[in-house]
Design a protein around this ligand. Structure first.
Ligand code: NDP
Length: 402
């Protein structure tokens, strides 16, 4: 039984709050705080309607450590679940240290003025969290998150040594808009327009964004999609924690309409992160663009189709080469029926709840800053089956990846 403080009230947060509210025996009290309290209240109203439970709400600017410290000191949670934006990771970690509270997030820190996400800023908190006897769990979403756990699970149960990893993220859902992003538009566009990096023979190789694609047929009739190689943050921690990996790549599916719009937006400068002066006002193009695009948390009722996200690992078992594919398939409309959300927020929010649960139950709790693959994957995999993200393993699948 523990009290948690959830920060951020967007698409992912809505799912985390629902999933925590479904488990009052673990999350006995929930407080939801964000920049715009009205959004917290809207989620709280859903929780009241669905489960008859009351959750408290508050307003906080999570860029401000003093504001966070004041809130955490008042709420006195055991754990802060950060589902605001990557820009707030360090301020929330600082406030957790000051208040003696555990920490969890779903995306690694990214400075607002540099579109470059790396773990080094958060890994630098290792000694401070250890000394304080506190735990920080990094990247407990789907990718990063479940994909790190899938890799660790395969390495533990199917291989003696792993050599190649391909993470494949297919969203076969259709929301009917010519262009919309399934999670925060600013973070999404910064991520997909960045140069690609993949791991090859002990180093990261840089190639232009979206310059390599292939066709991928998902299992269980999900369909065939174009997947594009891109950089994703879990490649950094997985190649560090599995040093036998000779190659690691991340692939994501994109529809032609999304790519056409993105190309034009990049070319005309609408994805820029530097402020421009417009009629006496400083405007950051990508932040203005976010205001024009559909709010990801509003896509739930109109998104139909399936997601299929998983890991293909190659390596050695008993001296023989083998390949294993581990994946989850999720139906957007099933998510909407359960927690009023589309599947991208769902597949992020459920692992955040499971990571928090395993910390609070003591199964994962240990002082320090941890990536998911450093912890025992077994209880997490068990909970994925139980709490809405069932998974399947195929040994020696009949596809050949680039
Ligand atoms: P949204 O934009 O929908 O929600 C973000 C929320 O954070 C909003 O409620 C926003 O407030 C709030 N927020 C932003 N800045 C502040 C601040 N300074 N102080 C307090 N609150 C703030 O994003 P998503 O829900 O789509 O994404 C949430 C997180 O999940 C992101 O970090 C994203 O990168 C991560 N993510 C991780 C995935 C994974 O698989 N690991 C996949 C998808 C997302 P306001 O409403 O006022 O704007």
């Amino acid at each position: 039984m523990a009290k948690v403080l959830i920060i951020g009230a967007g698409g992912v947060s809505g799912v985390v709050v629902h999933k925590c509210a479904q488990l009052p025996e673990v999350f006995s009290e929930i407080v939801l705080a964000s920049r715009t309290e009205a959004k917290c209240k809207a989620i709280a109203a859903q929780i009241k309607e669905h489960y008859g439970a009351s959750i408290e709400t508050a307003e906080v600017d999570a860029d401000s450590v003093p504001e966070l410290v004041a809130l955490i000191s008042k709420v006195k949670p055991v754990l802060v679940i950060n589902v605001a934006l990557p820009y707030q990771d360090l301020s929330i970690m600082d406030a957790c240290l000051e208040c003696g509270v555990h920490y969890l997030d779903t995306a690694n820190y990214e400075p607002l003025d540099t579109a470059k996400f790396e773990y080094r800023w958060q890994w630098a908190y290792q000694d401070k969290f250890k000394a304080a006897g506190l735990m920080a769990l990094l990247g407990s979403g789907f990718d990063p998150g479940a994909t790190n756990i899938f890799t660790a699970y395969l390495a533990k149960h199917y291989f003696d040594e792993i050599h190649a990893l391909d993470i494949i993220d297919v969203n076969g859902g259709d929301h009917g808009y010519p262009f919309a992003t399934n999670f925060n538009p600013e973070i999404n566009i910064r991520e997909v327009s960045a140069e690609c990096r993949h791991w090859e023979n002990g180093q990261f190789i840089t190639t232009p964004a979206m310059s390599l694609k292939q066709s991928f047929t998902c299992p269980d009739n999900v369909g065939t999609y174009n997947i594009y190689r891109m950089y994703h943050e879990e490649l950094e921690s997985l190649t560090k924690h599995f040093p036998t990996l000779k190659r690691a790549q991340f692939w994501m599916s994109f529809g032609d309409s999304y790519l056409k719009h993105l190309e034009v937006l990049v070319n005309v400068g609408m994805t820029g992160i530097e402020p421009v002066e417009f009629k006496g006002q400083q405007i950051v193009p990508i932040q203005f663009l976010k205001e024009l695009l559909p709010d990801p948390s509003s896509l739930g009722p109109r998104t139909h189709g399936l997601t299929c996200i998983g890991c293909v690992v190659q390596g050695l078992k008993d001296g023989k080469e083998k390949t294993v594919y581990l994946y989850n398939i999720k139906d957007h409309q099933d998510c909407y029926k359960e927690v009023v959300s589309q599947a991208i927020s769902y597949t992020t929010g459920v692992p955040a709840m499971i990571g928090a649960k395993l910390m609070l139950e003591g199964k994962w709790m240990q002082a320090g800053v941890w990536n998911m693959e450093q912890l025992d994957p077994d209880p997490f995999m068990k909970d994925m089956n139980q709490y809405g993200l069932p998974w399947t393993v195929i040994e020696n699948p009949d596809f050949n990846l680039l």
